[in-house]
Design a protein around this ligand. Sequence first.
Ligand SMILES: C[S@@+](CC[C@H](N)C(=O)[O-])C[C@H]1O[C@@H](n2cnc3c(N)ncnc32)[C@H](O)[C@@H]1O
Length: 242
Amino acid sequence: MSISGSDSDNNKAGTEHHRPLRSFVIRAGRQTASQKEALEKYWSHYVIDDTTSPLDTEAVFGRKAPLVLEIGFGMGDSLAEMAAANPDHDFIGIEVHRPGVGKLLGHIERLGLSNLRIYCHDAVEILANCIADHSLTTVQIFFPDPWHKKKHNKRRLVQPAFIADLSQKLVTGGTIHLATDWQHYAEHMMDVMSAAEALENTAGAGAYAQSTGRPETKFERRGHRLGHGVWDLVFRTTVMKP
Ligand SMILES: C[S@@+](CC[C@H](N)C(=O)[O-])C[C@H]1O[C@@H](n2cnc3c(N)ncnc32)[C@H](O)[C@@H]1O
């Protein structure tokens, strides 16, 4: 998981102008033996490899149930916990960091979770290619990379166009739940979400959500150790778009 990076990663010496600016940098990262084993043994069971076709959730889960999408689940501990606690919901997790995918695969197998599947790919592309409009009850993005240097702010995942795309994927009354430990990003999120069409703040205009009941994430624990605050935002869609 990276919280830093440089535009040159994506745009070396101006030679790759047409590549989209991504919200992540893939780093080699350490992979534990158990993550490696889980990737080898369970990838084919729980990772959806087709990243270009619409997802048929009824075929994948064998039922029709409220669908929750988490973007950037990191090591997946909190996502596994939520899936285990909500067996009547189905969950899709998207993450580009392979050790994290390995960790979550281990959790899925250990907990016997039949309601959780993974994409190991850029969420922006998965959203565009695989997720049907008005199909999600919840989208959650917990502690997305803050890209805190001003010149990198444009790499933040939470941007007006992305939130408009996300809103389109939600059922009416569906929610987008964001959390961050970076105050400047929280304020940016609040501006973007408040300005979005057909979204209303469940906590009231300009207010951050209190006690949302979500499990603490690994990145959040790191923030606590560093003395960071935590800001949650929960917005709901108000009008079904045609
Ligand atoms: C700061 S970490 C937080 C991880 C986790 N949510 C937590 O709170 O512990 C952000 C994660 O988002 C992932 N990420 C960033 N942009 C992404 C994208 N476009 N598609 C999929 N994953 C992405 C990164 O790989 C990273 O693991």
